[in-house]
Design a protein around this ligand. Structure first.
Ligand code: PMP
Length: 339
């Protein structure tokens, strides 16, 4: 029988979709890995599974244990699914600025949700630090620590990278990814470079984050902008990102990201979140830089269904001055600016 086993068996092996619109516009094959088709709906199902499997192996998570994590969304969803499947409890510590839908969703999955006041990372009451202390105070508590637990990156070295290599028959020339924890970019880049060091690896960064400066200039300067993207936009070098073999970085503004969300819906029938759209802006730019005939791969991190009240709400877009303008691919000249 050709079957899979439970939630864990259904994570990964996502399809690699050739995007006709962006491929035609560049003369390259622009291929996007459909991570929104993971059973919990995002690329973070992989990290959640990798972190829990690793913790079990190391004896840090034992029967009857509780998985604790500070997360604003996708990782918590992945952890809650995996924890249910394996018989653990889940406690999610979440900044109280996050939408009520996310908290309701996590509770529906069986997680205990503790909302805490939003504080910067340097503050001891930041949600990540609260999660760490909480895990230490609960018998059987395990802090997932997605940012600095390299079981996250390792899962991409073990699964996402090899799947991309296999599905392109090793013909990939470039890979582009956003950074939240950095697990996806660092893990996939590490694997691909181990197969062929000439593969070009690029970080696509939103405004208001520091990875662009870190990769281009070796410092952690933020640019003054901000972004409506969620789940990404890192300000420090996480353990997952440390020593990652990254060749270049692009900084891309929200306007082309929103245009890309709508272009993919209208031209490809794909309903995507903003981080996926940022990845596609980066993939287009890399294709233009490498020239026709190359194979570029990127990640469709999650679906637009997580952002209906924002990216697909015209009054919200208007308030942010981000209404899509072009309705075609003419906005793509804006992805070269690094402003
Ligand atoms: N996109 C979305 C929507 C996410 O939630 C995340 C993870 N926070 C990412 C992209 C980035 O993934 P990673 O943590 O592997 O860098």
């Amino acid at each position: 029988m050709h079957i899979t086993h439970g939630f864990a068996g259904t994570v990964g092996n996502t399809p690699l979709i050739r995007l006709r619109s962006l491929s035609d516009a560049t003369g390259c094959d622009i291929l996007a890995k459909a991570e929104f088709l993971n059973p919990g709906g995002s690329v973070k199902d992989r990290a959640a599974l990798g972190i829990i499997n690793d913790a079990e192996k190391r004896g840090e998570l034992t029967p009857g244990g509780t998985v604790v994590e500070g997360t604003a969304g996708n990782t918590g969803i992945g952890l809650a699914h995996v924890a249910q499947a394996k018989g653990y409890k889940t406690i999610i510590v979440i900044p109280d600025t996050q939408s009520i839908e996310k908290m309701q969703y996590l509770r529906a999955l069986g997680a205990e949700v503790r909302a805490v006041p939003a504080k910067p990372y340097r503050d001891p009451d930041n949600y990540n630090h609260v999660a760490k202390r909480l895990a230490a105070s609960i018998p059987g508590g395990f802090w997932a620590n997605q940012f600095d637990n390299t079981a996250n990156r390792d899962q991409h070295i073990k699964t996402t990278g090899p799947e991309i290599w296999r599905d392109t028959d090793g013909r990939i020339d470039g890979f582009v990814s956003v950074v939240g924890t950095g697990g996806t970019l660092a893990g996939v880049s590490t694997y691909l470079k181990s197969q062929n060091p000439k593969i070009r690896t690029v970080c696509a960064d939103p405004h208001g984050a520091a990875m662009w400066s870190w990769i281009k200039r070796g410092n952690l300067d933020f640019n003054s902008g901000s972004s409506v993207t969620e789940g990404i936009g890192q300000g420090r070098v996480t353990a997952n990102m440390a020593d990652a073999p990254i060749d270049d970085a692009y900084r891309i503004a929200d306007q082309p990201i929103v245009e890309m969300v709508y272009a993919m819906l209208h031209q490809e029938g794909l309903f995507l979140g903003a981080s996926a759209a940022l990845n596609l802006c980066g993939a287009y730019r890399l294709a233009k830089e490498l020239g026709p005939g190359h194979v570029i791969v990127t990640i469709l991190c999650d679906s637009g269904n997580r952002y209906v009240s924002r990216l697909f709400n015209q009054s919200w877009l208007k308030e942010k001055n981000l209404e899509p303008r072009s309705g075609n691919l003419s906005f793509l000249s804006d992805v070269f600016k690094d402003t």
